[in-house]
Design a protein around this ligand. Structure first.
Ligand code: SF4
Ligand code: SF4
Length: 439
């Protein structure tokens, strides 16, 4: 695609990077067929190709983002399905990330929208506050129709998503989980912000599996939200500050003893942490540090697949619909590893038709764009139910929450199944009242 940036504009390294991406796009439109918003709405401006064109015009003009551009950029899930499909290697993720920060810097959103976005980030990135909000949401569920009617659709959407069964306490991960048997290494486990409040059992299962297979697992003081929620809302400075704080924390841990990997159980966090090296590439104090941390980041299923010596003590012939989270499949190209591990553990893993399309979770998307998100969730669940699974596995807390809000089929993280199959606990979602197992 031809571009018309001036030399002065290209002196900005962010514009120069955007220009490089724009020039790679040949406008072929292959990506439109796999874009969830284009599939739902059929609008060119809600396709990757349309958005790329809108972003090009916006950046070339060098002016404030218009309401029209903001509408279509906001509707993008950042699912990155278009990157998997694109034959020209267009790095849509870096382009839309830059567009979102341009929007945030130049466009004044309506007051209510600004208020909701800032409170949303404040709550979601603080596990204690988020846990309190989740408990309050249980009592507010009857109010959701009223909240929607008075224009507070995102608040209503957040309350609807709050699960009925909540943990009473947050993450109980100790500072160090000691390796069992012969020691094979040492890893840091990101506790994150949303997972400790919603499902602390996921990180607990990961720590047990890693320790059971010879890894000392450390929870690093000072680490916190990976920054992806802020990053996807265009709050670049906030996201970069979170990235720097985590990098500092993990570098201290690396210097305290060899660290084989920084592990995450959330695909969304993993994609962002692997991108710290790009996000901080122009920061002389952090570029090299960010590159070494990004190189050490592994999704837990990716890491376990690499170490190749899991000891399964139980094989359950359970039919599992594996939902590939977009940040896994498109963001990190982790496609086969989780399915291979589940198959080795004896689970009958089933592909979900149209599995490349997002479930609608996408960070804060299901709160800020609830109508589109619900349509995507209903579409996803209809396909899942067609294959009649006994349970659903998804490697991202956002997908787990989104899908579980629309189906009675239990939804678990694959690491919980691996924990179960290697001698750990039965996944919480497979227990019914009284603590008995469903299957
Ligand atoms: S598939 Fe790639 S090159 Fe073709 S329009 Fe989409 S982004 Fe551009
Ligand atoms: S990231 Fe997803 S929603 Fe956004 S343009 Fe690409 S395919 Fe469409």
């Amino acid at each position: 695609m031809q571009t018309a940036f001036t030399l002065a504009q290209l002196a900005d390294p962010n514009i120069a990077e955007a220009e490089k991406i724009l020039r790679a796009c040949v406008h072929c439109g292959f990506c439109t067929a796999t874009c969830p918003t284009y599939v739902l709405l059929g609008e060119e401006n809600d396709s990757p190709r349309g958005r790329i064109h809108l972003i090009k015009e916006m950046l070339e003009a060098g002016e404030a983002a218009s309401r029209e551009v903001v509408k279509h950029v906001d509707r993008c899930l950042s699912c990155l399905s278009c990157m998997t499909t694109c034959p020209s290697g267009v790095h849509y993720m870096h382009l839309v990330d830059h567009a979102r920060s341009h929007v945030e810097a130049t466009y004044r959103r309506p007051l209510l929208d600004r208020f909701i976005r800032s409170k949303l980030l404040r709550v979601l990135t603080d596990p204690k506050l988020f846990r309190r909000a989740l408990h309050a949401a249980l009592f507010a569920k009857p109010l959701t129709p009223l909240l929607s009617r008075i224009g507070l659709k995102p608040v209503a959407a957040m309350i609807r998503l709050a699960p009925f069964r909540l943990p009473w306490s947050g993450s109980t991960l100790p500072r160090v989980v000691t390796a069992e048997g012969p020691r094979r290494g040492r890893v840091a486990l990101l506790t994150g912000c949303v997972a400790p409040a919603l499902a602390p059992e996921i990180n607990a299962a990961a720590a047990r599996v890693l320790a059971r297979h010879g890894f000392e697992v450390v929870r690093t003081p000072g680490e916190g939200c990976c920054g992806s929620l802020s990053h996807h809302l265009g709050r670049k400075d906030e996201a970069h500050a979170m990235a720097r704080r985590n990098i500092d924390a993990w570098l201290v841990e690396m210097n305290n003893g060899a660290l084989d990997a920084v592990i995450t159980t959330s695909s969304g966090c993993g994609t962002t942490m692997k991108d710290y090296s790009f996000m901080l590439r122009h920061d002389p104090a952090y570029a090299a540090k960010a590159a070494s941390v990004s190189a050490a980041v592994r999704d837990v299923m990716e890491f376990l697949n690499e170490i190749k010596y899991l000891k399964f003590v139980m094989r359950r012939q359970i039919k599992v619909a594996y939902h590939p989270a977009c940040a896994h499949a498109h963001g990190q190209r982790i496609t086969e590893q989780p399915k291979q591990l589940l198959a080795k553990a004896g689970f009958q893993t089933k592909e979900i038709p149209e599995s490349h399309l997002c479930c609608g979770s996408a960070g804060t998307y299901n709160i800020l764009q609830p109508e589109l998100a619900n349509r995507l969730r209903d579409r996803k669940i209809a396909y899942i139910e067609k294959i009649e699974p006994e349970l659903i596995a998804a490697g991202n807390i956002g997908c787990i929450t989104q899908i579980a809000a629309g189906t009675g089929i239990p939804v678990v993280h694959p690491i919980e199944l691996i924990d179960w199959a290697t001698g750990g606990l039965v996944p919480k979602a497979l227990k019914v009242a009284g603590g008995k197992e469903r299957m």
